[in-house]
Design a protein. Structure first.
Length: 178
């Protein structure tokens, strides 16, 4: 479990070691450093800090889709689909379109489908559309019109499945007798 440090052990010191080849016995051996390809040295660095959420201010009106692997906080109006890691819809915000995120927190208004691993509707939320989730929390006072469906993978299964089933239905031959 624990190992003894080799710093204080008897034996040859680091600065008095001789090279194994015996080429220059009087010169101390150069300290060894891990080498990287191309001859550069490896330098440990601290892990990168997670960037703050992108905030779309209350006076901003966006028409179009938004897509990021990061976090978004909406305070304005968005007309289009949004895909993010964490999506927070502010109290005065309105989103008209499909919302897809790992975590979705709705404090404002969403008109459209909500897909998320974790979906939370706070007491000020107003949602008109279906919610597909892995886990959901709806606070008292939230307004919600639509259906709720639990799926193990709500981010991927519906989008691909519905497109595939729609394509299959369109390609199926129509029966003129019916």
């Amino acid at each position: 479990m624990f190992s003894k440090s080799k710093i204080n052990e008897p034996g040859p010191k680091a600065d008095s070691t001789t090279p194994a080849s015996g080429a220059d016995k009087g010169a101390p051996a150069a300290p060894s450093k891990p080498a990287m390809p191309g001859g550069s040295e490896f330098k440990a660095s601290a892990p990168k800090a997670k960037p703050p959420a992108s905030v779309l201010s209350s006076d901003l009106h966006v028409t179009g889709n938004l897509r990021t692997t990061g976090d978004i906080q909406i305070e304005g109006t968005i007309e289009g689909d949004i895909r993010a890691h964490l999506l927070t819809v502010g109290e005065g915000a309105t989103v008209k379109g499909e919302v897809i995120a790992d975590d979705v927190v709705v404090n404002g208004r969403v008109v459209g489908r909500v897909r998320g691993l974790k979906v939370r509707l706070t007491s000020t939320a107003r949602v008109e559309g279906d919610i597909i989730h892995k886990t959901i929390a709806i606070e008292s006072g939230a307004h919600f019109e639509g259906s709720v469906q639990r799926q193990d993978d709500p981010l991927n299964s519906g989008a691909k499945g519905s497109a595939a089933s729609a394509a299959a239905a369109a390609a199926a031959p129509k029966d003129p007798a019916s």
